[in-house]
Design a protein around this ligand. Structure first.
Ligand code: SIN
Ligand code: MN
Length: 272
């Protein structure tokens, strides 16, 4: 997948790009089933909310064939090779459950804030790509973004280890308020929350400020996040486990565009 000049400009101006319908229902059905199964596993990579509900499963691309394909998918990898003008590697891979009734908050933060402070990543030349596995509604914990906030560099943050089960470098209320005021435009508040069908994809700059509210609805909001980093910008500090911040900086060689559909068909045939 190649980004147009207009999309590249939009990314530079707003800090994110949204692609509804990037993956087909067949491709997503496969990932949704596998994702749910992985979130129920009892392994160190699966983190739970304080309530015990699954929150995040890390590194599924290292032990699951379907997510290995996703982490090498040209629809995700090629746009980032284009933006960073070089090869990329997988810095992190996670499945975020935002479980029905129990999915907890993700406080306001910048991803690069954590990658810089915890992992010694030199520059914000890495970013998250969110693949919606369930439908994201305005009410089931949609990701909220502050447009243009990526232009402020790495903002001062405090290390929150108490609010949720996952430690995060979070921004204070005054900073979030100031950034929202700056992002306001006639007819648009300073926050956007892209919603859409399973298969939609959201790419956002490592310094774009974002958060999500708890899910108090019966509708789960599973999202797979692939974090790709420019190879020359690999991390230099190994403070977090390998399965949270990877140390294999091998450039990704993308698979064929139809690899997920092919996998679904082969496995369907094998099961028949
Ligand atoms: C994140 O910011 O890393 C995750 C947020 C979410 O899944 O809601
Ligand atoms: Mn984040």
């Amino acid at each position: 997948m190649k980004l147009s000049a207009h999309q590249l400009q939009q990314f530079e101006d707003e800090g994110y790009l949204f692609f509804p319908d990037c993956f087909s229902e067949e491709e997503i059905a496969l990932m949704r089933t596998e994702g749910q199964r992985i979130l129920e596993l009892d392994r160190q990579e699966v983190w739970r909310e304080k309530s015990g509900a699954p929150r995040t499963a890390f590194a599924a691309h290292t032990f699951n064939d379907v997510f290995r394909i996703l982490a090498h998918h040209p629809r995700l990898v090629e746009p980032l090779q284009q933006i960073f003008k070089e090869q990329v590697y997988v810095h992190q891979f996670k499945l975020n459950a935002k479980a029905a009734f129990e999915g907890d908050v993700w406080q306001w933060h910048q991803d690069y804030g954590t990658w810089a402070r915890d992992d010694g990543m030199p520059e914000p030349r890495a970013m998250n790509i969110a693949v919606f596995l369930d439908e994201v509604f305005p009410f089931n914990g949609a990701l909220m973004l502050i447009p243009k906030s990526h232009k402020h560099g790495t903002l001062q943050a405090g290390h929150d280890r108490a609010t949720t089960s996952y430690p995060l470098w979070t921004l204070d209320q005054d900073t979030v308020t100031r950034l929202c005021r700056e992002a306001e435009e006639p007819g648009r508040p300073g926050i956007v929350a892209p919603t859409g069908k399973p298969g939609s994809v959201l790419m956002f700059h490592g310094n774009l400020v974002h958060a999500s509210a708890p899910n108090i609805t019966p509708y789960p909001r599973k999202i797979a996040y692939l974090t790709l980093c420019a190879v020359s910008n690999h991390i230099t500090k190994f403070t977090r486990p390998e399965w949270i911040a990877h140390r294999d900086f091998t450039p990704i060689v993308p698979v064929d565009d139809n690899a997920l559909a092919e996998h679904a068909r082969t496995h369907r045939t094998a099961a028949e």
